[in-house]
Write a protein that binds this ligand. Structure first.
Ligand code: BG6
Length: 289
């Protein structure tokens, strides 16, 4: 559907449509915040609240071409996390590189706005609801289209915009077990996480996390549901240089905190026939602190 048709069908009351790098995108604009979601990947590419720096980060070097994921915002990783299973190709699944449809959009029951993005394959149906009110809620509902169980991995792979990687801390991870995906070791987190090198950790937790950012005078609260793995990722210097769609110095101002399902650490998802499964992440920014 083109922008004019989308506008006719879903526009008004805080919802409008525009092009974002040649893909149609849905904009939500209300008294709480603005957000932009590309139909390519149902990818949240912007989330801005008044009087604060952009909450999400997008690389200056990101590709915006069919077949490639965007580097920033919230790539929706599904139906696998990380390296592909045998016989498949591409990191983090294919739905982030697929055009989605919109099935509904409008005013959210408690105020603010929502939009539901839809994707169907032979194996599964996805309903992805993005709600913008006092917080940003991203809820992925997964339905199994077959009789046998459907197994998956995935993530709401959120790239946060931070003032300075040397000054932020990630709180609420103390004493949690994690797989260090850089070294392959299983370790226990000691204290808050500060970052001074490549970090790629898969924490076993269904709890909340906070990014404490004194430079931007804010705390980003990240709550989740349906995930027992929180991934924290920053590529640091060498890996940044190796990634063609990532600027050499950009690791200074981004941090990924991801609500994930990771089969390799025992947290793979299973969807029984007729029983939908939800993966949700909620982002709330506490400003002036
Ligand atoms: C993270 C992984 O979730 O995503 C990292 O833990 C990976 O290992 C990163 O490098 C980026 O992945 P991609 O496929 O978007 O380059």
């Amino acid at each position: 559907m083109n922008i004019a048709d989308l506008t006719r069908k879903f526009g008004g009351n805080g919802i409008s449509f525009e092009e974002f790098h040649n893909f149609p995108a849905l904009r939500i604009k209300n008294e709480f915040a603005t957000a932009l979601v590309s139909l390519y990947g149902a990818h949240v590419v912007e989330y801005n609240i008044p009087d604060s720096a952009p909450v999400l980060w997008m690389s200056e070097k990101s590709l915006f071409t069919p077949g490639s994921p965007m580097r920033g915002g919230v790539p929706l990783c599904f139906p696998w996390f990380g390296a592909p299973p045998e016989g498949k190709s591409g990191s983090h699944g294919f739905v982030r590189n697929t055009m989605w449809e919109i099935s509904a959009a409008g005013i959210a029951p408690g105020g603010g706005n929502f939009a539901v993005f839809y994707l169907q394959t032979d194996d599964f149906e996805l309903f992805y609801t993005v709600t913008v009110d006092r917080q940003l809620t991203m809820s992925l509902e997964i339905e199994n289209r077959n009789v046998s169980d459907f197994h998956f991995g995935g993530a709401l792979h959120t790239y946060f915009n931070i003032s300075d990687i040397n000054n932020i801390t990630v709180a609420d991870l103390d004493q949690l077990p994690y797989l260090d995906a850089v070294t392959g070791e299983n370790l226990i987190q000691q204290g808050d996480l500060t970052i001074s090198g490549e970090v790629d950790r898969i924490f076993t937790t269904c709890g909340s996390t906070r990014i404490v950012d004194p430079g931007f005078k804010r705390i980003i609260h990240i709550d989740k549901y349906g995930s027992n793995s929180t991934v924290v990722w920053n590529p640091w210097i060498e890996k940044s240089k190796r990634m063609p769609d990532f600027g050499d110095d950009e690791f200074n101002t981004m941090l990924c905190v991801e609500a994930a399902k990771v089969p390799r650490t025992g947290d793979g998802g299973t969807v029984h026939s007729g029983v939908p499964v939800e993966l949700r992440q909620v982002i709330r920014v506490e400003s002036n602190c």
